[in-house]
Design a protein around this ligand. Structure first.
Ligand SMILES: Cc1ncc(COP(=O)(O)O)c(C=O)c1O
Length: 405
């Protein structure tokens, strides 16, 4: 054998650097337990438990009846891009032309394409932690470096302007913001966003990627689109989609809107990767943008009731601290008071993953460890479940935490 022969199974180093989702281990175990007949309550869902509203479903049937089943233009059908541009202007104060809107197979693809288009090897990408699991891995795929800005429950999991300022270096390329947030439900107020913008104005080479996918799952709070603030349009990519607000996770449709040069670069990636999203889904999304907001407001009302119930339960657990989230459908309690404790069978709770495995294996309730979101002190509790499931799930967590010594 030749000493320096090429190695068969060597991966692209950027792919090798990506970490498999830490959420998968607990989720896979939860599925396996359910399959083998165990009674598992899952509070780990990342999607609404509602059906897609009827007018959207009907538009999809109509698209099929019309034979609207061919490839569409790569960035999406013009009617949809026009409707999205009008929505962004009307609801978000963002002035964009339809040509600055790129529709993709979910907001996840939009985020990935923005990162791939913009990040150069060695670039730093800032993200407040806890962050959505895919951001750092997509950044690694681009050969850039994710930089977490730690936030804590006492600060309602919000990054301060001083933290942002301290984290920016000459290598900073992107700041990823996600308000309302997955996994914390935190929503930045307009004043808080303005204060961050003030810092950004001192560093004019930093681009913002604003992931606003939970925009419509909002309680008592105002949604602020950072790209609409003075001086930000030229340096902000706004990402949004239909999955969460319209209960359309399986349809796979999201979009980005922003500076033409970035949207064009992302469209080029999309044209060589996947082409346009599903034609039928695009027609359905068009109906979604155009329909009355009543069904989505009803979903938000229901999520709010469940948030209130779950937050009340969580804050009764001794030693647990959880700020009141203003959006999305997650709580992110700090459960680190239980680290170092032991279960009756000797299982030691070394961190969030150990706690989640313990709660799953011994108490039949599935949560997502905070470690997956870059913050080991918490766990993500999804309340996108029925009130009955929430009550039974909360009982089990309570019993599990209570049994640790
Ligand atoms: C913060 C955040 N951004 C983006 C996405 C992706 O959504 P989509 O279904 O549109 O790809 C999710 C889904 O979990 C999310 O939580």
């Amino acid at each position: 054998m030749i000493a320096d022969a090429p190695v068969l199974n060597e991966l692209n180093p950027n792919v090798a650097a990506m970490r498999p989702s830490a959420t998968l281990a607990v989720a896979a175990r939860a599925k396996a337990l359910s399959r083998s007949g165990h009674d598992v309550i899952s509070l780990s869902a990342g999607e609404p438990d509602f059906d897609t509203p009827a007018p959207i479903v009907e538009a999809a049937f109509q698209a099929l009846r019309d034979g609207f089943t061919r490839y569409t233009a790569n960035p999406g059908i013009l009617e949809l891009r026009e409707a999205i541009a009008a929505k962004l202007q009307r609801e978000n104060g963002l002035e964009v032309e339809p040509g600055q809107v790129l529709c993709s197979n979910g907001a996840k693809q939009s985020v990935a394409q923005a990162i791939l288009a913009l990040c150069r090897p060695g670039d730093e990408v800032l993200m407040p932690a806890p962050y959505w699991v895919s951001y750092p891995e997509q950044v690694r795929l681009a050969g850039a470096e994710p930089v977490a800005i730690e936030t804590a429950a006492v600060d309602e999991y919000k990054m301060t302007p001083a933290q942002l300022d301290a984290a920016i270096t000459p290598n900073t390329r992107l700041l990823i913001l996600n308000s309302p947030s997955n996994p914390t439900g935190a929503v930045y107020t307009r004043e808080e966003i303005e204060a961050l913008v003030e810092v950004l104005h001192q560093h004019d080479y930093v681009i913002v990627l604003s992931d606003e996918i939970y925009e419509y799952v909002l309680f008592d709070a105002e949604h602020t689109t950072i790209g609409a603030l003075p001086g930000m349009a030229e340096r902000t990519v706004t990402v949004n989609g239909f999955s969460k607000g319209y209960a359309m996770t399986g349809w796979r449709i999201g979009y980005m809107a922003g500076p033409q040069w970035i949207v064009d670069a992302a469209a080029k990636i999309q044209s060589q990767f996947t082409s346009a999203p599903c034609s039928i889904t695009q027609r359905a999304a068009l109906a979604a943008v155009q329909m009355s907001k009543e069904p989505i407001e009803a979903m938000a009302v229901s999520f709010r009731e469940r948030r209130d119930y779950m937050l009340d339960r969580v804050n009764q657990w001794p030693g647990v601290r959880c700020p009141k989230p203003e959006g999305a459908f997650y709580l992110f309690p700090d459960i680190s008071a239980y680290f170092g404790r032991t279960a009756s069978d000797g299982t030691e709770i070394t961190g969030s993953e150990a706690l989640c495995f313990y709660l799953l294996e011994q108490h039949g309730v599935a949560l997502v460890p905070g470690q997956a979101f870059g913050s080991d002190s918490g766990v993500r509790v999804s309340y996108a479940s029925s009130m009955d499931e929430l009550a039974r799930g909360a009982d089990r967590i309570e019993a599990g935490l209570g049994a640790l010594v």
